[in-house]
Design a protein around this ligand. Structure first.
Ligand code: GN1
Ligand code: MG
Length: 356
């Protein structure tokens, strides 16, 4: 991974703030795409987030920042915390340097993110804040938003990319990935009802995994969604499925012991109840897609991880060679467990009946 000296980072942030030499930088290593630092002052007080946008993944920083700016302008409500990007001294939302494109956000104090949870309050709050996000953006014109990653959740395209990787990878990699490849054969057919949908495209977050929701440290209330780079048009079941896959599964995304991968019904019920406080915007046809969304999202993530493994780990940051493969198997295993709960999810979502 690329590292940056304190001096380089101070130089970059001096485009946004005075007295840059007063600050120091601690890497935040959760993300798999961008490079992120917590910026603290000499009293050890966290003040900003400094982030390099990965321009191999996001090809148009200006368009992406415009999407974010549009959405933030609409996401204004007393139940939703405001994310603030600093303007550079040249009045820009980001700066292009020899080290890439960088931006600065104010750090929201007394907050926490969870990678996983066993707490139904966290699950309820997550559902509620996703409902708030979508209610506020309900009337947004999707054509104002440029795709920051074209075909991001397009299964047909992701399938083509996977098949191409299968053709070009080494025999050895293919053999190692055999178990994951077998998983894809059972999961592809389950998802076919999601083709040719007649549901509205909405401005979606598109990356609503649990650790992209900011919570208050004091009262466990969800405050807002963070990591806004993939805000663009999408279907609501993307945001639903991505949140559920990371909430009802109490194991991390790259869990190797498949018996630890769960579909926790209590957490699902709490999430749906939280969402229901704020979900009047959903159409009947959209509601029908939600249970399959919980299979779709982990599957498409697994497929992308597997494709990246076969291509030699070019897209995601990995900390060991087979991490993408482990992620793929873990995500597929969750998708399979979710597929067994389709009736349970449908009953709960339609009739509020958790007993099935
Ligand atoms: C990537 O960098 P991070 O963790 O926010 C990916 C998401 C995946 C996630 C984890 C632009 O997000 O789609 O959910 O890894 N983002 C992009 O699997 O590819
Ligand atoms: Mg992200």
């Amino acid at each position: 991974m690329q590292t940056y000296s304190n001096t380089v980072l101070q130089n970059i942030i001096s485009n946004f703030i005075d007295n840059a030499q007063k600050y120091y930088f601690t890497p935040i290593t959760n993300g798999l795409i961008n490079t992120t630092f917590l910026v603290s002052d000499t009293n050890n007080y966290p003040t900003y987030i400094l982030q390099r946008v990965n321009s191999d993944v996001f090809l148009d920083t200006a368009a992406l920042m415009q999407n974010i700016n549009n959405a933030i302008g609409v996401l204004q409500h007393n139940t939703y915390a405001k994310i603030e990007f600093l303007k550079s001294k040249e009045n820009k939302k980001y700066v292009s340097t020899t080290h890439g494109d960088w931006r600065v956000l104010t750090y929201i104090n007394n907050t926490v993110v969870y990678n996983t949870t066993t707490n139904t309050k966290v699950a309820f709050e997550a559902g509620k804040i996703i409902g708030t996000f979508h209610s506020l953006l309900e009337k947004e014109d999707t054509t104002k938003y440029k795709d920051s990653i074209p075909d991001f959740h397009n299964l047909e395209i992701r399938k083509k990319q996977f098949l191409k990787a299968l053709e070009t990878t080494s025999v050895e990699q293919k053999t190692t990935a055999k178990k994951a490849i077998t998983f894809t054969n059972t999961l592809f057919p389950i998802l076919s009802p999601l083709q040719d949908l007649k549901i509205p495209a909405r401005v979606c977050h598109n990356d609503t995994k649990l650790n992209n929701i900011l919570f208050s440290k004091t009262n466990t209330k969800a405050l807002c969604l963070i990591d806004l780079d993939t805000i663009m048009k999408g279907y609501f079941f993307y945001d639903f499925g991505d949140a559920v896959r990371t909430i009802v599964n109490t194991a991390p995304e790259d869990e190797k012991e498949l018996s630890k991968i769960t579909f926790n019904k209590e957490l699902f019920i709490a999430f749906v109840n939280g969402l229901k406080t704020n979900s009047n915007f959903l159409t009947h046809e959209e509601i029908k897609t939600l249970p399959l969304g919980v299979v779709f999202m982990p599957f498409i993530h697994g497929l992308r991880a597997l494709t990246d493994y076969l291509n030699g780990n070019k897209y995601y940051k990995v900390s060991y060679k087979n991490q993408n493969l482990d992620r793929a198997i873990s995500l597929f295993s969750f998708a399979q467990k979710a597929a067994k709960e389709l009736d349970f999810m449908t009953n709960l979502i339609y009739y509020g009946n958790p007993s099935t």
